[in-house]
Design a protein around this ligand. Structure first.
Ligand SMILES: *Cc1c(COP(=O)(O)O)cnc(C)c1O
Length: 366
């Protein structure tokens, strides 16, 4: 019998809609948003100026191919611009990949504490998310490979991962790739690549360049401080770029975003400042919060995962309430299977010091 009203495809109603990080703290005099891994330095002033300049011509359609932006990215990273696709945030690109490569009955693998957009986009495409267990809050290549079946079409790997901040070395990424059948697409989501200071890390460019079944997604939302404009890019083999260019919105990246992105790419000094700030405060926060007796998962990104004891009132929820009352807004990560942890973005110096001070008070150690 036909349905009595329009029904979404199976899977859509299984989705738990993504809940973004809170940005308010009712009652607090000043709010420090540390819940969405945004840059405490903001964007390059040149990116803001470029954005404003385009505002004079909002009647014009953007360049649907985002040519200037793809060329700017190509110059910065030494990549062929024809192998780059830009999107309205990397979320847009992840959705395009799911739409192009997943169908009803297919499976897509992500890891236990993997980024929530992966199961959302998988279900939205009618496919089934399969969860590979992690070890020490870190992706486990053998566990991922053990999940592969003939129905597997995509493996989503955030490297570094959000919300854990952990990464797997490039040798391990290559071992994962070697273990995958050639028809399985490996999506390396390197949203935090610019922050990583480890010799054994690589974002994945080399693997994309030498494979037919690997793509790397990047974003302007994190170190470039342009989360509001929604801008991301993907580097992939020509056949995948071709498929994505067929299904993407013809003007999926807006003109002010393209202009801001081009200017942001040119301002490498700004990126370096953001990186240096993060180096200093990531290490400081990890050390100081660890000293309070809380476990902090070692992070290579611009945020940390803080674990609470969970008993005697020292729960993540209680800590969140305590911090929020002081205007310090962190991220609860229960939906990531981490009910007793909070994720904290590295903030400005003032915010970082206030969080450590408040946590000391919360634990009765001030
Ligand atoms: C923040 C983040 C992104 C970026 O998303 P945008 O849509 O580009 O803002 C992608 N992947 C992960 C794992 C992230 O944490």
């Amino acid at each position: 019998m036909p349905a009595l009203r329009p029904e979404p495809r199976p899977g859509v109603l299984k989705i738990k809609a993504y809940v973004p990080g809170k940005s308010d703290a009712p009652g607090a005099a000043k709010v420090y948003k540390l819940s969405s891994n945004e840059s405490p330095l903001g964007p390059s002033p040149q990116a803001v100026a470029a954005y404003h300049a385009v505002a004079e011509h909002l009647e014009d359609y953007p360049d649907g191919a985002a040519t200037a932006l793809r060329e700017a990215i190509g110059r910065t990273y030494g990549l062929d611009p024809t192998r780059i696709v830009c999107g309205a945030g990397s979320d847009d690109l992840l959705n395009l990949l799911a739409r192009a490569y997943l169908a009803d009955g297919d499976e897509a693998i992500h890891t236990t504490h993997g980024f929530l957009v992966y199961p959302i986009t998988t279900l939205g495409a009618g496919a089934t998310p399969v969860v590979a267990p992690e070890k020490n809050f870190t992706a486990d290549v053998d566990a991922i490979l053990a999940c592969v079946t003939e129905r597997t079409k995509i493996v989503f790997l955030a490297n570094p991962n959000n919300p854990t901040g952990t990464f797997i070395p490039f040798d391990e990424v290559k071992r994962l790739h070697r273990g995958l059948p050639p028809h399985v697409l490996l999506v390396i989501d390197a949203a935090y690549a610019e922050y990583v200071r480890r010799n054994d890390y690589a974002a994945g460019i080399e693997l994309v360049a030498t494979s037919e079944n690997v793509v790397m997604c990047r974003t302007f939302s994190k170190i470039y401080g342009l989360a509001a404009v929604r801008l991301g890019w993907l580097y992939g083999p020509p056949h995948i770029v071709d498929a994505l260019n067929r299904i993407r919105g013809p003007f999926n990246v807006n003109a002010p975003a393209i202009a801001a992105g081009v200017a942001a790419m040119a301002d490498s000094a700004h990126v370096e400042r953001a990186r240096a700030h993060n180096d200093r405060w990531l290490a400081w926060l990890t050390e100081e919060i660890g000293r309070l007796g809380l476990d902090v998962t070692p992070s290579v990104a611009n945020f940390i995962l803080i674990h609470f004891p969970g008993d005697q009132g020292k729960t993540a929820a209680a800590a969140d309430a305590f911090l929020s009352a002081r205007g310090l807004v962190l991220r609860q990560v229960g939906v990531y299977g981490l009910p007793n942890a909070l994720r904290m973005s590295v903030g400005c110096e003032e915010a970082n010091r206030l969080v450590v001070q408040a946590l000391a008070e919360f634990l009765g150690k001030a």
